[in-house]
Design a protein around this ligand. Structure first.
Ligand code: ADP
Ligand code: MG
Length: 362
C-alpha cells in the first residue's frame, strides 16, 4: 500500500499531533520523494532538487530534540515527533538563505496537512556538534576555533540581512527605547530567581540587584536594526565536519514562547558566546578541566569570537548590524533562561549556568 511507507501522524484529543517514523520509513519516503509520489494529506515544499540517495538508513544517536535519520550517507531527514500546525520558521529561512553555503544544503520540507513533519538536508560527513568539539577545545585550552565561529555567525547574519525573493525587506529598525526587551529580560531574571532553590537560589537572590543592573542598557536602547535571527544559536547547532564549520537547526527556540522573529543580531551573538562558557562548564564537570584555567579559556574564546564577529561585519560594511550595548544584557538574560530551562525541564543542567554566573560574579 502506497501510504504504509510513510510515517503515522495521529492527533490527540487536545489537538496535539504526534508522529511515528518506524525503521525503514525514511528510506521509503525518500524513494517516493524521488519519483514525486507523495500520498495526501502529506505535501512537499522543494527547496533544491533532491540528489540520488543510495539505500540504507541509520538514526543519529546524539542528544537531540527531534529525530534525525541519515539516509544513504547522503541526506539527513529530521522528523518532528510533535509536529505543530503553527507556522514553522525553518522552511522560509532556509529559502531566504539560499546564498549561504555554510549550512547543510536544504532540499525539502515535508508537511502533513498544515504541520511541518520533516526537513531534508544534505548529510555532512564526520559532523560533530559543539557539545563535543567545543568541550574538547575547552579541555585542551585551545581558542583558535573562536575566531572561526565568530566569522561564521557574522556571515549568517550578513546573509539574513541580504534581501531575497522570500524576504525582500530583511532589515527593520526598532523603535528607540524598545521597552519590550527590558520587560522580557527582567521577567526572565524574576523567574530564574523564583525557580532556583537551595544554595544556588540563595546565591542568586543575593546577586539579583547586580544582575538587574546589567539589564539597564535595555531601558535606553537606541533605535537599532532588527533581522531574522537564528533564534537558538548555541555551539550545539554548530557542526564541525569534514570541510569546516556549518550552522544547522533553524527551528527557533522552543523555550521562548512567542518571541518576535525580528531581533537585534546581538541576541544570537549573546547566546553563542554564553554557550562557549557552558561548554567550558561541561569540560569542568565531565572531563575534570580546571576551574580557573577554564574560566580564562572561556574569557579569551568569547573575546576572540566577538572580535571576529564584529570584524567580519565591518569588512562587509555592515558594522551597524551589531549594537554592542545590547550584548551584555542579552548574555545575562540568556543565563537566566538557562536556569529557567534547567528548573522546568532538565535539573541536571543547572550547574552550567550557575558555574558561569559564579565565574562572572565571583
Ligand atoms: P534538533 O532539532 O534535534 O536539535 P539538529 O538539526 O540540531 O536537530 O540536529 C541534531 C544533531 O544531528 C546535531 O547535533 C548533529 O549531531 C546531527 N546533525 C544534524 N544535521 C546534520 C547534518 N546535516 N549532517 C550530519 N549530522 C547532522
Ligand atoms: Mg539542535
Amino acid at each position: 500500500m502506497e501510504g504504509s511507507r510513510w510515517p503515522r501522524v495521529t492527533g490527540g484529543p487536545d489537538g496535539v499531533l504526534s508522529l511515528e517514523a518506524r525503521d525503514g520509513v525514511t528510506e521509503g519516503v525518500l524513494r517516493d520523494l524521488a519519483r514525486g509520489a507523495v500520498p495526501p494529506p502529506f505535501s512537499v515544499r522543494t527547496l533544491r532538487p533532491l540528489p540520488p540517495v543510495p539505500p540504507g538508513e541509520r538514526p543519529i544517536t546524539v542528544d537531540q530534540t527531534n529525530h534525525s535519520v541519515v539516509a544513504g550517507e547522503t541526506v539527513v531527514v529530521k522528523w518532528f515527533p510533535r509536529p505543530s500546525r503553527a507556522p514553522h520558521p525553518a522552511p522560509a529561512l532556509l529559502a531566504h538563505l539560499a546564498g549561504f553555503a555554510r549550512t547543510a544544503t536544504p532540499y525539502a520540507a515535508v508537511y502533513w496537512e498544515d504541520a511541518l513533519v520533516a526537513l531534508v538536508t544534505a548529510y555532512l560527513p564526520e559532523a560533530r556538534d559543539g557539545w563535543e568539539w567545543c568541550v574538547d577545545e575547552a579541555e585542551a585550552g585551545r581558542t583558535g576555533f573562536a575566531a572561526e565561529i565568530g566569522a561564521l555567525a557574522a556571515e549568517l547574519h550578513l546573509a539574513m540581512a541580504t534581501p531575497s525573493a522570500v524576504l525582500p525587506d530583511p532589515v527593520r529598525l526598532s523603535p528607540p527605547g524598545s521597552g519590550a526587551w527590558l520587560g522580557r529580560a527582567e521577567e526572565a531574571l524574576r523567574e530564574a530567581v523564583a525557580l532556583t532553590d537551595g544554595e544556588d537560589g540563595t546565591w542568586l537572590a543575593r546577586r539579583a540587584e547586580a544582575l538587574r543592573g546589567e539589564l539597564a542598557p535595555l531601558a535606553s536602547a537606541p533605535a537599532t536594526p532588527l533581522i531574522r535571527v537564528h533564534g537558538d544559536l548555541h555551539v550545539g547547532q554548530i557542526l564541525r565536519w569534514r570541510d569546516g564549520y556549518a550552522v544547522v537547526d533553524f527551528d527557533g527556540n522552543p523555550t521562548v514562547a512567542g518571541a518576535e522573529p525580528y531581533q537585534p543580531a546581538a541576541r544570537d551573538l549573546a547566546q553563542l558566546t554564553t554557550s562557549v562558557d557552558h561548554a567550558g562548564q561541561v569540560a569542568v564537570r565531565r572531563r575534570s578541566a580546571g576551574r580557573g584555567a577554564t574560566a580564562a579559556w572561556a574569557a579569551a574564546a568569547r573575546r576572540d569570537l566577538a572580535e571576529s564577529y564584529a570584524r567580519t561585519l565591518a569588512e562587509a560594511g555592515r558594522a551597524d548590524l551589531l549594537d554592542r550595548s545590547l550584548l551584555r544584557p542579552f548574555e545575562v538574560e540568556q543565563e537566566c533562561r538557562e536556569l529557567i530551562y534547567a528548573a522546568r525541564h532538565l535539573p541536571r543542567w543547572r550547574y552550567a549556568p550557575m558555574g558561569v554566573l559564579r565565574t562572572w560574579y565571583a
